[in-house]
Design a protein around this ligand. Structure first.
Ligand SMILES: C[S@@+](CC[C@H](N)C(=O)[O-])C[C@H]1O[C@@H](n2cnc3c(N)ncnc32)[C@H](O)[C@@H]1O
Length: 438
């Protein structure tokens, strides 16, 4: 089959996550895409695909892409652009194909340029006269949209550049899912808290984790359910747990994780959430969990605790304590004792659990904080059955967090492992409060 050239127009935000998102979505839809010409510094990615449907399918879930276009031409000047368009293979056929379609022109500026007035737009549109489009110009509901993207150098001296570096022209084929960022914006979400994760990167995480419609996604550190929300948006049936019952109960009538799903009209994606210590996991072992996506406790806003006693000797002989004829630990008001735990051990447990519960090919994705204030190597947790597929870093001033994404490759994989090793150099919480925030 003859392939066609398409142009991806991407955002220049979270560029460390862009390729991982595009690759994961391509793999999810079984698309064979050549990423060798991908350039992390450019908002454009030229790629060959079979047809428009493939292009639309690939990009419709992307958060870090704006849109995908059928490529028509590119040049450093308008004259050069027109030359490349006229020399495009199959140019005459293309012209014929859209000759009678209703259409409109759109103008995009990347990194500069002024907003164009109508007269400038008309003047520029007229230079495309040779396309001989005879269809009606329809600004509201056109059949085809042709877009001219001008790319500028970011800043020249102290001023935004006025002369474009390049002009690219294409036919709009499909938009991304970027508009969902507004829909899931935390500002508008009924139930949220200090641990809630922002919409943009939680949706990106769900894409890189390859959350699939109709599959089961589990967040073992659900908190206010940001990742459950993102997973539900991409069609998974979601369930979560958290050791802190207050997170699960929410903030009174209709302000809880479930009510967020109602608010988004996605209640059919919400299975349930429960109060549970992840390290004492009660989910049946033969439950197939397709994806695990989470944000484990960093020990910043919530301490890392698991069930158990800090000083077990104190409880010897009290295991079967009875109150009013009822075993204490079976009473509704029973609050189990908790003891501190290390992030390293918790992440070891998470990897082990994922290796045991995910199907082969299933993904585990989670966020891990690292400190940048001391020159210490970041050691990424590894498990012999899990392939570390992505390590996408989001930098802050003195600390960073990274999305780690693993694929379960099964028992025969035999990858490197570092379970049981102390990886975090020193107490992250203490350093966060005493160093990073000053
Ligand atoms: C960084 S927060 C996750 C926030 C969440 N993504 C949200 O949208 O709010 C980590 C969560 O892990 C929970 N947690 C801490 N230790 C836990 C454990 N042993 N088992 C389960 N949850 C735990 C905390 O209560 C906290 O809600």
């Amino acid at each position: 089959m003859v392939k066609k050239q398409y142009l991806l127009y991407m955002v220049q935000i979270h560029t460390n996550f862009r390729l991982a998102e595009l690759e994961s979505l391509a793999d999810l839809f079984n698309l064979d895409i050549d990423f060798s010409k991908y350039n992390a510094d450019s908002p454009f990615f030229f790629v060959e695909l079979d047809n428009d449907d493939q292009a639309r399918q690939w990009i419709k879930r992307s958060i870090l892409t704006k849109a995908i276009y059928e490529y028509w031409g590119k040049g450093e000047t308008m004259e050069q652009l027109h030359d490349t368009i006229k020399n495009l293979e199959g140019f005459q056929t293309r012209k014929e194909q859209f000759k009678h379609s209703s259409f409109k022109f759109e103008f995009e500026n990347f990194q500069g340029g002024k907003k164009k007035d109508m007269a400038t737009k008309v003047k520029q549109m007229e230079t495309f006269k040779y396309l001989n489009f005879e269809g009606k110009i329809d600004l509201k509901n056109p059949h085809e949209t042709f877009t001219l993207i001008e790319e500028y150098e970011s800043v020249v001296g102290n001023k935004a550049a006025t002369v474009p570096l390049s002009y690219t022209f294409g036919r709009f084929v499909g938009s991304s899912d970027r508009s969902s960022m507004e829909r899931y914006d935390l500002k508008k979400r009924p139930y949220k808290g200090t641990t809630s994760f922002e919409a943009e990167l939680s949706l990106v995480s769900a894409n890189i984790a390859q959350v699939k419609p109709g599959s089961l996604m589990y967040d073992p550190f659900a908190g206010t359910g940001s990742f459950l929300t993102a997973g539900g948006h991409y069609g998974a049936l979601v369930m979560g747990s958290d050791i802190d019952g207050r997170m699960i109960r929410g903030k009174g009538a209709n302000i809880d994780i479930k009510s967020n799903f109602n608010y988004y009209n996605e209640s059919n994606k919400f299975l349930d959430v429960m109060t549970m210590d992840f390290t004492h996991n009660a989910l049946r072992t033969n439950l197939v969990i397709d994806t695990i996506l989470c944000d484990p406790p960093y020990g910043i806003r919530e301490s890392i605790k698991i069930l158990g006693a800090r000083d077990p000797e104190r409880f010897i002989g009290k295991e079967n304590l009875v109150i009013d004829g009822e075993k204490a630990f079976l009473r509704k008001d029973y609050i189990p004792t908790k003891k501190p735990y290390s992030l390293d051990s918790l992440l070891d447990d998470l990897l082990k659990y994922s290796a045991e519960r995910l199907p082969v090919g299933g993904r585990l994705a989670f966020w891990m904080p690292t400190a940048n204030d001391e020159n210490v190597e970041t050691i990424i947790p590894l498990h012999s059955n899990l392939e570390l597929k992505y390590n996408c870093v989001q930098e802050f001033n003195k600390w960073s967090r990274r999305l780690l994404v693993y694929i379960n490759r099964g028992d025969t994989f035999n990858g490197p492992t570092n379970g049981g090793v102390q990886r975090s150099p020193s107490n992250f919480r203490e350093r966060y409060f005493n160093h990073f925030n000053k």
